[in-house]
Design a protein around this ligand. Structure first.
Ligand code: NAP
Length: 451
């Protein structure tokens, strides 16, 4: 039985779903449809530029993309170039692998001031995501505050405190490298609303901070304890492991230019400033039974830049039920309904590492195959031919995987010294690699900005 599948989103969740389908079913046709011209989602636009080894998983996804039955359609915006309804009419199964690309708001006064960015924007900016390349955050300030105690907060902090030499073998975008270098940030505060023992940082990511070349790590040793209310021995040991690392990376050496401050038990209350942020007022907190409670004592940290790293939401999509509280598409283990499935952060919310998407892909593939078998007849849906019909009708210049490989090769060839690549950050630059005229590039870019 032949099954046609459209996967919307070319990030890890989408590729793991494709891989699982290929592993399980011989007669499958898979089209991976991506809004950007480039594949690999967060591998390219989310994973920190100095974590190149994490990005190696893209090679595995490349093998999937190169299978005869798999086609990549980059630069195809679902909802604009083709609707979800049209895709569902064309394919036996449509998989939403669209991630969670919208920042959760803090919901406090002053959040509208200039100089405050969510991590989706800020990370997208330094990673050269075309949507955020023109963000131009103000880095001409002595102090930055990062709100949140997860790995994204650590990624952002490293970008702000590492030296040019430390970033030389990264793929940090040129515009970000220049702006960070020219900016005057000396003090970076990572602020958590809970205590150090409750932080969501992972061990390896904390350890890296012990190797910073030109940055002290400032911590209050008295705060690095596991609260007595945590009684489970295993839980205590796990928390203690991170605290031991924090104690070990605490440093104060003469002559360092920058400082990375860890501050705990501070919940953001108000962002202060006139038009532009000039400080954050935090309320001191304590935790009780897992709850964060205010103490009515406040502290202000002066800063000219605030980045919130407090999690993400998925965008609602026409025709798909949406849980607005959790910011995701509710499903029964990935099945929204027969013919429509969801994987990754759009299904689970923004938690877990790249590999966490693998079981989602497997589950999704099993459901697609089971649903196709249950229908007990060969599908009459046009699959790929249907999609191509719509793209031709609407004059959409989609980017193939072969195109991407040329763009990729040009990025690698353009890299400076030890950098792995020099990223293109506009569709026009990418299309020029493919030899397209300025007129064609302008037409494609008009389409891009029309989104
Ligand atoms: P995260 O790990 O869920 O951390 C979010 C942080 O934001 C938590 O400290 C949370 O505090 C805090 N927060 C939430 N709402 C807040 C509010 N209103 N005010 C103040 N603080 C608030 O999320 P993430 O850092 O965005 O990471 C997302 C996922 O990607 C995680 O699973 C992470 O491990 C993964 N990731 C991994 C890597 C890596 O492996 N190198 C790198 C980046 C991301 P509470 O605990 O109090 O809710």
């Amino acid at each position: 039985m032949s099954i046609s599948v459209a996967i919307i989103g070319a990030g890890p969740a989408g590729f793991y779903a494709a891989e699982a389908l290929l592993d399980r079913h011989a007669d499958v046709q898979i089209d991976i449809i991506e809004r950007l011209a480039t594949p690999f989602g967060l591998i390219r636009a989310g994973v920190a530029p100095d974590h190149q080894s994490t990005k190696l998983v893209a090679r595995r996804f490349e093998e999937t993309a190169l299978q005869d039955v798999v086609h990549f359609y980059g630069n195809v915006d679902v909802g604009n170039a083709v609707t979800l309804e049209e895709l569902r009419a064309c394919y036996d199964a449509v998989v939403l692998a669209v991630g969670a690309g919208v920042d959760r708001p803090l919901g406090i006064p002053g959040e509208h001031l200039r100089g405050i960015y969510g991590s989706a924007l800020f990370v997208g900016w330094y990673n050269g995501h075309p949507d955020f390349r023109d963000l131009r955050p103000n880095l001409a300030t002595p102090a930055a505050v990062i709100i949140g105690n997860g790995n994204v907060a650590l990624d952002i902090a490293r970008m702000l405190v590492k030296t040019e030499a430390e970033m030389a073998s990264s793929d940090l975008s040129d515009h970000a490298a220049e702006a960070i270098c020219a900016g005057g940030i000396r003090d970076v505060y990572i602020v958590g609303r809970r205590g150090a023992a409750d932080a969501k940082f992972t061990t390896a990511e904390l350890r890296e901070l012990g190797e910073l070349e030109d940055c002290d790590v400032v911590l209050n040793a008295a705060e690095l304890t596991v609260p007595p209310e945590i009684t489970d021995n295993r839980d205590r040991r796990l928390r203690e492991k991170n605290l031991a690392i924090l104690r070990g990376i605490r440093r104060s050496e003469a002559g360092k230019t920058r400082r990375l401050h860890f501050r705990f038990n501070l919940a953001p209350a108000t962002i202060d400033g006139h038009e532009r942020v000039d400080g954050v007022i935090f309320e001191r907190t304590r935790t009780e039974g897992g709850q964060v409670l205010g103490t009515a004592a406040f502290e202000r940290i002066p800063c000219g830049l605030v980045v919130t790293a407090i999690g993400y939401r998925t965008s609602p999509l026409d025709g798909v039920p949406f849980d607005s509280k959790r910011g995701l598409y509710p499903s029964a283990e990935g099945r929204i309904e027969t013919g429509l499935y969801v994987v990754g952060w759009a299904k689970r919310g923004p938690v877990g590492v790249i590999g966490s998407n693998r079981p989602d892909g497997a589950l999704c593939a099993d459901q697609i195959i089971a649903d196709a078998k249950a229908s007990e007849r060969e599908s009459a849906k046009p699959g790929r031919a249907g999609l191509e019909g719509y793209l031709a009708l609407r004059d959409v210049r989609s980017v193939t995987f072969d195109d991407w490989q040329k763009i990729d090769a040009a990025e690698v060839a353009g890299a400076r010294k030890s950098a792995p690549r020099r990223k293109f950050t506009t569709l026009s630059e990418m299309l020029s690699v493919l030899g397209e005229s300025s007129l064609e590039r302008a037409a494609a870019a008009r389409h891009e900005t029309g989104r």
